[in-house]
Design a protein around this ligand. Structure first.
Ligand code: 6GU
Length: 233
């Protein structure tokens, strides 16, 4: 899979890309991530990428005549064009279902916004898949794009050491429960003992305990996941 990240702040990404699992996946050729500084598409001597909004108001707007040519040029850098994803709080919410959808693509173009947002004509022309990572405000789309790279990457076959671990994780389609509590040595710490059943060697009992623990935990913390409707997410 190839992911092209278009940003005004490539530095935010650089540290993240050298993080272990990701770096390993890139080295093994399972994933290619390219960073493009959108400022290269600014054509004036001040490198202007944004401007004051028509009609007034606070903040700055990313300019259509910078961003559109940038995306169009980057699209030509590979044989096939990629799916353009725009990171914006106005987008549809990122869920594991959306992550699975993105992971099935051969190529993604992640377009990160800053300032107040993008000139609407960027959306009208590029028709991107607009995605938000949650109902809170970030300074820009870079951290959200890193969330997409992280969550998509782990679904690429071969990226995770243990193939099964991606499937059994919470929120994969077909699994709507939180993970069970985990324990390891020592058996007892400050008077807190790990559940005896986990040490019993009885795999049937252990499986039962884990199932009950997942259900109790999900019911207490995320009852919304137990709704029938939640399976649409
Ligand atoms: Cl994708 N961008 C910004 N600026 N804020 C957000 C977001 C994205 N997702 C949630 N909040």
């Amino acid at each position: 899979m190839r992911i092209d990240v278009l940003t005004l702040f490539p530095g935010i990404f650089e540290g993240y890309l050298s993080e272990s699992i990701l770096e390993d996946a890139i080295e093994r050729g399972l994933l290619e991530v390219n960073l493009y500084d959108m400022r290269q598409w600014a054509r004036d001597k001040h490198n202007t990428m944004d401007d004051r909004p028509f009609g007034g108001g606070p903040g700055m707007v990313l300019k259509v005549d910078r961003v559109v040519p940038c995306v169009e040029e980057v699209q030509t850098y590979a044989e096939r064009p990629g799916r353009v994803v725009m990171l914006t709080p106005q987008g549809r919410l990122l869920t594991q279902r959306v992550v699975e959808e993105l992971a099935s693509e051969e190529r993604l173009i992640l377009l990160c916004g800053r300032y107040e947002g993008f000139d609407q004509r960027i959306v009208d022309i590029l028709r991107p898949d607009e995605i938000s990572i949650g109902d809170y405000v970030l300074n820009g789309g870079e951290v959200a794009a890193a969330v997409i790279v992280d969550s998509v990457m782990r679904l690429i076959p071969g990226v995770l050491g243990d193939e099964a671990s991606a499937v059994v994780d919470s929120f994969s389609s077909g699994n709507r429960l939180l993970e069970e509590d985990q324990y390891t040595r020592p058996r007892e710490y400050r008077g807190l003992r790990a559940p005896e059943i986990l040490l019993s060697g009885d795999h049937g009992l252990v499986d039962k305990w884990r199932e009950i623990n997942r259900l109790e935990k999900t019911f207490a913390r995320r009852p919304d996941l137990l709704d029938d409707k939640a399976s649409d997410n």
